[in-house]
Design a protein around this ligand. Sequence first.
Ligand code: GRF
Length: 195
Amino acid sequence: MNKQRLAFFASGRGSNLKAIVSACETNDLYAEPAIVISNNIDSAALTWAQEKDIQTAHFSGKTHPDEQERDTAICECLQNNHIDWVVLAGYMKKIGDKTLKQYAGRIVNIHPSLLPKFGGQGMYGLHVHEAVLAASEHETGVTIHFVTNEYDQGDIIMQETVPVIPGEAPETLAARVLELEHRLYTKALKYLFTS
Ligand code: GRF
């Protein structure tokens, strides 16, 4: 079997990107990190990928003011790079219709809660964990799911839970959830590649 070629989409710090690339390097995950795409030219994820000599690309309102043209350019970039799977890792934009259609069932995302709880627009970063604590949940977790044109709404591929410690700070909860994220994303990709 050929190595699965991965395109990562990341807007920020890129810790999930790093975890998956590291799994590729050790052959824990039989895949090739082919390209890192970002809407944010200043993102740590993009800088890190450049330092690792992983190919990068920047698509944003600055490079392509027209949304449809941007979607077309992203889709062509994926096809030109023979991408098998699109891995969203902290990507803060929606995926365009053309790319969604072309890569149907091959675009996945990670979310730091037990979807459908605490998902959707505005539910990112610490907001998610603050909402979990405000709702006095006993447990939260991580969801890996397929991507649609609505935030956090595609079919769920894998979920695992993390206990919530009453009275803890959102930052400590976020850190414990992130630890699980780094393990679960690789686990879910392995599952997808072999099923
Ligand atoms: C993660 O919490 C992920 O679940 C969410 O965005 C965050 C990205 O973090 N979609 P990082 O950039 O991978 O460190």
